[in-house]
Write a protein that binds this ligand. Structure first.
Ligand code: SF4
Ligand code: SF4
Length: 367
């Protein structure tokens, strides 16, 4: 089926589920294992500090039960990490979601691109085994090769990411339900790296990729709350970041025939506003209402940023229905509705927020 029609269908379903007060998107960290040592994220330190915790992650059977018990409302599942492709059973995890969630429209998987062979094999398996309307894979790229390797703390990270991206690009030529892109995470450490990055991917024949800019956040998922002051402490950061956002909007403008390009455009315009100093109250967030975050141990959070455990699925027989109906969940939802959270513009919640508020997004992007 045409990818654009699938997307539109998913957006309509998302709005219907949102109107019914259902969680329609789950961000599930399938592992906190990571093979890189990024400068702006501390996930990789977790199992160095506490190696035994790696054995406490949800296993495949537990993940299956979660999606057997909460499914028909789910339109969108994001499988994050850590590095999600370090899970050898990632295909089976996607299978469990696909088999149970009859309204599933989108699976998205962000990756550091470190495992080209495994990424290629897994994505081919997922595409061929399951008829998911849209599989969206993003590969992180933080600048030119030297800058990327520095940011990722791994020599050769750039070459691996480009290898992964090139293989995914080839697969996507044959499978229209696979959409790929690169994700450029900006922070004071690498801002200004967009132009060299675009020049490099052009050399690899990947210039048709549009790219998404993600501002580095401090937050629960990244285990980097202590970096808060440092992240925003740069005079050069914001002006340069705004120029890069403007450039990306200019080189890949939205097209009325491509719903994804419109969402991306609105996301970038509102990112501009957020980085220019608007508080998160400038836009309603779907966290703890339409979406939530589940960590690798089954703990439920409102989003990837707020360090607030709302429920433990292992204590609730893996039933997300019970979690989202709990008093903790409902009272956090009210907090978010009043704009009383830490505030962020993370795509994990920004994209669904835009989808459920299209008119407001357009208005806010223009004012
Ligand atoms: S940003 Fe991604 S690749 Fe880097 S340490 Fe965190 S989880 Fe690993
Ligand atoms: S705006 Fe608030 S609730 Fe929404 S994702 Fe960011 S921190 Fe979480």
């Amino acid at each position: 089926m045409n990818q654009r029609i699938s997307l539109l269908k998913s957006f309509i379903k998302i709005n219907l589920e949102n109107l019914s007060g259902n969680v329609f998107k789950v961000n599930l960290a399938v592992t906190y294992k990571c093979n890189y040592k990024c400068r702006i994220c501390n996930i990789w330190r977790l199992y160095l500090d506490e190696p035994d915790k790696a054995g406490c992650e949800l296993d495949l059977d537990e993940i299956k039960i979660i999606f057997q018990r909460y499914n028909k409302q789910l339109i969108w599942v994001s499988l994050t990490g850590g590095e999600p492709f370090l899970r050898h059973d990632l295909t089976e995890i996607v299978g469990a979601i696909y088999e149970n969630c009859k309204n599933l429209g989108i699976i998205n998987i962000p990756t550091n691109g470190s495992l080209p062979n495994r990424i290629e094999k897994t994505i081919l398996e997922i595409i061929e085994d399951f008829k998911i309307p849209l599989i969206y894979v993003t590969v992180s790229l933080d600048g030119d090769p030297a800058r990327h390797d520095f940011m990722r703390g791994f020599n050769g990270a750039w070459a691996r990411a480009l290898d992964s991206l090139s293989r995914l690009h080839q697969i996507s030529a044959n499978y229209p339900n696979l959409s790929i892109d690169f994700e450029y995470t900006i922070s004071p450490l690498n801002v200004g790296g967009l132009s060299p990055l675009l020049a490099e991917i052009d050399r690899y024949g990947l210039s048709n990729l549009k790219g998404v800019i993600v501002p580095a956040h401090t937050g629960n998922l990244y285990h980097n709350i202590q970096m808060q002051a440092y992240m925003s402490n740069s005079d050069r950061y914001i002006p340069t970041a705004l120029k890069e956002i403007d450039y990306l909007i200019k080189v890949a403008p939205p097209s009325i025939s491509d719903p994804h390009s419109i969402i991306r455009y609105l996301y970038l315009k509102l990112l501009r506003k957020y980085l220019s100093g608007a508080t998160r109250k400038f836009f309603p967030c779907t966290a703890a209402s339409g979406s939530c975050f589940i960590d690798p141990y089954g703990k439920v959070y409102p989003c990837i940023i707020e360090n607030k455990v709302l429920a433990d699925l292992r204590e609730l027989e893996y039933d997300l229905n019970r979690a989202v109906k709990s008093n903790k969940f409902i009272s956090f939802r009210e907090k978010v509705e009043k704009g009383l959270c830490r505030g962020c513009w993370s795509p994990c919640e920004a994209y669904p927020s835009i989808i459920v508020h299209p008119t407001l997004s357009l208005y806010k992007s223009l004012t």
